[in-house]
Design a protein around this ligand. Structure first.
Ligand code: PHE
Length: 340
């Protein structure tokens, strides 16, 4: 019986099989326990020797079981270690990364260039009132210039006045001049809103306003700031620009600046071509605007400008349609290298 059981123990290939052998040998109704129960039927003089012999078998079987158990447990552990091993040299699975939106990247670049020139940054609210967005900027009451901005108005409030989404960053000129004292040299990055949409217009877009007020500021300073800015921003001397007279109620004289470009199907390039893209409006701050802000136009003068951030991004990165900028399509962002 001992040989038989020991053969079974050796053949047990895992811990479950080994336990089955243990139960069938040493369990309450097992084979060795069965032998012990026969002792009672033996004559007393044989009982002692037989009992000792059975106990010896039982101990050996138990020892064989224990030994086999150690072996099987060790094997089991080795297998687990093999199968659950972590390969630390394996590169991790690729993960999607967020990125800074192209407009915000360009905004940061622009702010850095202006900061180098000594401009400080000011900000104002997206929701404006008529006074700051129009009236203080010398827009005549009921003048078509107000309509020219395709303004988004809110419903009138209890006092009958309606708030609006600012159509440009120029209201921040008013806010800073009213609350501060000249001289001023500041830029205002921000969002602006107009009801307009085509390849070069979106209902929400970004501007950087500039304002420089001091005693002897003139158009030459304005032109120098633009030329310096353009050269630094595009990092090339290939950009062709033109400076063109224009009209704004809040500047006199006024001018816009355009950049030469071509559009070839899905490609947009600067440097040559047959098209002009307007990138900024500017001029010498109108005396009425200074007066509205409590500044004496006989003592102080200066210039202001408003640059189209998204359009500068289009030109710099060759983006043919401005509307794609705000479509939140990650394939587009990847194509232009704007995400992880
Ligand atoms: N606010 C004007 C616009 O959005 C741009 C501008 C700013 C022009 C400052 C002159 C001076 O069109």
């Amino acid at each position: 019986l001992q040989t038989e059981i020991e053969a079974e123990i050796a053949a047990a290939s895992d811990l479950t099989a080994l336990d089955a052998v243990r139960v069938s040998a040493l369990g309450k109704t097992g084979r060795i326990s069965g032998l012990l129960k026969t002792l009672g039927a033996l004559p007393p003089e044989e009982r002692k020797a037989t009992g000792a012999a059975i106990n010896a078998v039982r101990d050996q079987v138990q020892a064989a079981l224990d030994a086999r158990k150690d072996v099987l447990e060790a094997e089991h552990l080795t297998k687990r270690l093999e199968s659950e091993r972590v390969d630390l040299s394996l590169p991790s699975a690729p993960r999607a990364k967020g990125g800074v939106h192209p407009t915000m990247q360009v905004m940061d670049e622009m702010i850095a260039i202006f900061a180098d020139m000594g401009f400080e940054v000011a900000e104002g609210p997206d929701i404006e009132d008529d006074f700051h967005n129009f009236t203080a900027l010398n827009f005549p009451e009921k003048h078509p210039a107000r309509e020219m901005h395709d303004t988004f108005f809110f419903n009138p409030g209890a006092d009958g006045t309606r708030k609006l989404l600012r159509t440009h960053t120029s209201p921040v000129q008013i806010r800073t001049m009213i609350s501060g004292k000249p001289p001023f040299r500041l830029i205002v990055p921000g969002r602006v809103f107009r009801n307009d949409s085509d390849q070069t217009h979106t209902p929400m877009f970004h501007q950087i306003e500039g304002l420089v007020i001091d005693k002897t500021i003139h158009m030459g300073h304005l032109k120098w700031v633009f030329d310096t800015f353009i050269a630094r921003f595009f990092e090339t001397d290939k950009v062709i620009t033109q400076f063109r007279p224009h009209h704004f109620p809040f500047t006199e004289p006024s001018a816009e600046m355009d950049v030469r470009y071509t559009r070839n199907g899905n490609e947009l390039k600067i440097g040559d071509g047959d098209k002009w893209m307007e990138i900024l409006g500017s001029g010498m701050v109108h005396p009425n605007v200074l007066t509205a802000c409590g500044i004496d136009p006989n003592e102080y003068q200066g210039f202001a400008f408003g640059m189209g951030v998204d359009r500068l991004a289009m030109l710099k990165y060759g983006v043919p349609d401005l509307r794609d900028m705000f479509a939140a399509d990650t394939r587009w962002l990847n194509h232009y290298g704007f995400s992880g």
